[in-house]
Design a protein around this ligand. Structure first.
Ligand code: ADP
Ligand code: MG
Length: 570
């Protein structure tokens, strides 16, 4: 006898529910997306006890007549696509026709709906897959769906639900995503009878962000200049330098009205913020990407959380440039303004490409060119007043709007980093020839690594030659590094670049080397004197990214007068 049997509809729905209904938050997502597809202008979401007790979604969308309401609970019943061909250009949030039957199959479900054509509303109640009652009911235009007793009939799934707090947090996060992706729909979220937030309809993403996350969060973001290249539109708000988190909890990527997880965007943001955030931190913000629906496939994940892009490299490049551009244009804390528009990017190309100029001529004996005095005539007025130094490393100043403290070491690192990068792309970093070339022995691993990276090292001012076995002869070192300390510097450079796993002589390798060289060079200590401090600040403000050191730590912190007043209780 054959062993293969067709699943009953009930079992098939519960299997599908395993994919679509992971937890209460997934129900919220499916129901709210249905409301958005029904062109609702206002959506109310309420839930109790992390959504495990009940979830209610109320919308003022187009509603359904009796026939459609019954049909909506059938598997693969959808009003949104008709053929597989429609999939490529689908503009609605849903299209699989799976959500309602899946949700209903694992809960006690109540649907009340009325369309503008029907005089009376329809109410349907189901338990599991069993329809308990279909009645006529007085109902306003739109749809109400209530889901209670989630997984009452699938105890194995119920066991996987986490505590009330965790499930609530998932719902709240889901609602943040939905609200950010659809600012033009008014939304309200209520938990256990209490309103968590309410966001009015708006065409301005910034207003929506403020409504759900508050003013403080908004003040940590900077707007992106809307851009359009290769048919990819980018806009939104991203973290100011230094505003990151260890996770991506507050980094939202909205691709054509859907919040998605997109590795190409993650990578672009990581690269763009490499010098604006400490390692391991992710910029917060909301990035909006609009592109031709034909350029990606959103039908690769049951909950459509992931997408498959046909050209991930194009998106990566656009996002990188948009973020870099915003970081470079960022005007900094209101107290201190930058003297002039920052110079254009030294290397406008994408960082995975090799730098335009490789080493040409033999490096010269030169003094480090770390300040840009020629560009700053001494009479150029400053819009801040130097107060003095604090501790061993800080400079205190008064600006138009408050008090500013500058980390002198971080500031020197930033200035050196940009100056070295300019030098490396313009023929090579200034280096000093050692009076007596020095030979030294390395461990096998360091030796292998150095011989594979001789060219990159040369570009940042270290000229080395293999000297047999694991020995190398050093002829020149970067001019900014003390010639007494080059040995430990070289070892530290090996170590820190090895830890990044980068190889070759491309821009990321050179940048990483330059980052270490500037850190080492700036660690020589800082002696405060007013002229030196003033020059440091001027040079800093001329940098492309003045507000963070190349390792992503802040170079300055400000306290506005308003903040000081508040602190003193005025
Ligand atoms: P899909 O969204 O993939 O089409 P669903 O199971 O989520 O599948 O919904 C089935 C159908 O029910 C939808 O295509 C839509 O026609 C109808 N529907 C669901 N929710 C609503 C709603 N809130 N307002 C109006 N119609 C709805
Ligand atoms: Mg749907």
């Amino acid at each position: 006898m054959g062993k293969i049997r067709l699943l009953t509809d009930e079992v098939a729905s519960q299997v599908a529910a395993g994919e679509v209904v992971e937890r209460p938050a997934s129900i919220v997502k499916e129901l709210v997306e249905n409301s958005i597809d029904a062109r609702a202008k206002k959506i109310l979401v309420e839930f109790a006890r992390g959504g495990t007790q009940w979830i209610r979604v109320v919308d003022d969308g187009c509603g359904m007549d009796r026939e459609d309401a019954l049909m909506s609970l059938e598997r693969h019943a959808t009003s949104k696509i008709r053929s597989a061909g429609d999939l490529a250009t689908v503009a609605t949030m849903g299209f699989r026709g799976e959500a309602l039957p899946s949700i209903a199959s694992v809960s006690r479900f109540r649907l009340v709906t009325r369309s503008s054509e029907s005089g009376a509303g329809t109410e349907i109640q189901t338990t599991g897959t069993k329809i308990e009652a279909v009645t006529e009911s007085g109902a306003p235009l739109g749809t109400v769906i209530e889901v209670s007793g989630l997984f009452f009939n699938v105890p194995a799934r119920k066991k996987f639900l986490r505590g009330e707090e965790t499930e609530s947090a998932h719902i709240i996060h889901q609602m943040h995503s939905l609200a950010l992706a659809h600012p033009s729909v008014a939304m309200t979220l209520q938990r256990d009878g209490k309103r968590l937030w309410q966001a009015a309809a708006t065409s301005d993403l910034g207003v929506r962000i403020r409504d759900i996350f508050g003013l403080d969060f908004m003040s940590r973001l900077m707007p992106l200049e809307p851009s359009r290249e290769n048919d990819i539109e980018i806009s939104g708000f991203l973290a100011k330098p230094g505003e990151g988190r260890l996770d991506r909890e507050q980094q939202f990527v909205v691709l054509n009205n859907r919040v998605v997880q997109c590795p190409a965007v993650f990578q672009a943001l990581r690269e763009a913020y490499a010098e604006a955030l400490p390692k391991g931190r992710h910029p917060i913000g909301v990035l909006r990407v609009t592109m031709d629906p034909l350029a990606f496939d959103c039908n690769v994940h049951p909950a459509k959380r992931e997408v498959r892009l046909h050209r991930p490299d194009l998106l990566r490049q656009c996002v990188y440039l948009a973020a870099r551009n915003a970081l470079e244009k960022y005007a900094g804390p209101a107290t201190i303004s930058r003297p002039s528009a920052p110079s254009p990017l030294i290397n406008r190309e994408y960082p995975s490409q090799p730098p335009r100029n490789v080493f040409s001529a033999q490096p010269q004996m030169e003094l480090p060119v770390t300040t840009q005095e020629k560009e700053h005539p001494a009479h150029e007025s400053l819009d801040f007043r130097l107060i003095g130094s604090v501790g061993a490393n800080w400079i205190l100043m008064e600006g138009a709007e408050g008090l500013v403290m500058v980390d002198a070491r971080a500031a020197s690192e930033r200035i050196l980093f940009e100056s070295l990068r300019k030098q490396s792309s313009g023929g090579g970093v200034a280096s000093q020839k050692l009076l007596l070339p020095s030979v030294f022995e390395l461990t096998v691993k360091d030796a292998v690594w150095i011989s594979e990276n001789l060219e990159a090292l040369r570009m940042v001012g270290f000229v080395l030659e293999p000297f047999g076995g694991t020995s190398f002869k050093i002829e020149s070192v970067p001019a900014c590094i003390s010639s007494k300390e080059f040995r430990s510097a070289l070892l530290e450079i090996c170590e820190s670049l090895r830890s990044t796993g980068l190889l070759g002589s491309g821009q990321p390798v050179v940048d990483s080397l330059i980052r270490t060289v500037s850190r080492l060079a700036a660690s020589n200590g800082f002696q405060y004197d007013a002229t030196g401090a003033e020059r440091l600040i001027r040079d800093l403000l001329k940098c492309e990214l003045p507000y963070a050191c190349p390792q992503g730590r802040p170079t300055m912190i400000q306290w506005s007068y308003a903040e000081l007043d508040r602190k003193f209780g005025r």
